[in-house]
Design a protein. Structure first.
Length: 256
């Protein structure tokens, strides 16, 4: 699966192919940095263990694969909050994501590419990007580092230059990217993810989606095989997404 590299002189963007690759990613996400931890105070280090309400069987394992997938996508998109965490290694390069989502239009987290890291926060239509120095150097060399080191670049979800990377802040879009090219779904075996009973859906490619069979039929894990997976954690646990301090914000439009 191919993807293009970020190039100096253009705003950061990622191919849809990379989004799909990342969606089926390894479950031990990137180390949490202090800023991301402050912006999203979810106690997500622990998995979403069943509560008494979520211990009630939902019966999805009795449905056909298409119905299970439909209900799982709807439930996952409707959750008040959740965390998605994973990583993948492709062609010798490692990619990692760790995002928390609050409602439909608030998200915060980080996306890592080898030694480079970028933090992304969304509040409504506003997007804030904060890359480390290695990231900005790869984008625009030393001038970019001098201008943006320690800063948050602000734009909006309508900015086409940032459209693809902004998808990381949309959990429904990420899940759609993960499954849109897969077909031939069949019911697999039952099991558990994080202590929660599940049923697996298996695509013709061998990719799997593990769906909770108790409580809401949430997606709990995407498994692409060969160690590639992404975990869906901390459903409905509070997430506090905050705008960065105004003094650290640089408007992307002002750079054009």
């Amino acid at each position: 699966m191919s993807h293009h590299r970020l190039r100096a002189g253009r705003a950061p963007g990622l191919s849809a192919a990379l989004l799909l690759t990342v969606a089926f990613a390894v479950g031990c996400g990137p180390a949490e940095n202090k800023e991301t931890a402050k912006a999203a105070s979810t106690p997500a280090a622990r998995s979403a263990a069943p509560t008494p309400a979520s211990a009630i069987p939902n019966g999805v394992e009795k449905l056909n694969p298409a119905e299970i997938l439909s209900r799982a996508r709807k439930a996952t998109a409707s959750a008040k909050s959740l965390r998605m965490r994973g990583q993948v290694e492709e062609e010798g390069e490692k990619y990692a994501l760790d995002f928390r989502y609050a409602g439909k239009a608030k998200a915060t987290g980080s996306f890592g590419m080898g030694a480079q890291n970028i933090q992304i926060t969304r509040i409504g239509k506003d997007l804030y990007f904060k890359g480390d120095d290695a990231f900005w150097k790869s984008i625009g060399g030393k001038p970019a580092v001098q201008l943006l080191s320690g800063k948050h670049l602000r734009t909006t979800v309508k900015n086409r230059e940032f459209k693809e990377i902004a998808l990381f802040t949309d959990r429904s879009a990420l899940l759609t990217e993960a499954v849109k090219e897969l077909d031939g779904w069949k019911k697999g075996t039952t099991g558990t993810v994080g202590g929660i009973p599940t049923v697996a859906l298996v695509a013709s490619t061998g990719d799997k989606i593990h769906v909770a069979t108790r409580g809401e039929p949430y997606v709990l894990r995407l498994d692409g095989g060969a160690g590639n997976q992404v975990d869906f954690l901390a459903y409905d646990q509070p997430v506090d997404v905050r705008r960065p301090p105004a003094k650290t914000v640089v408007d992307a439009d002002a750079l054009n």
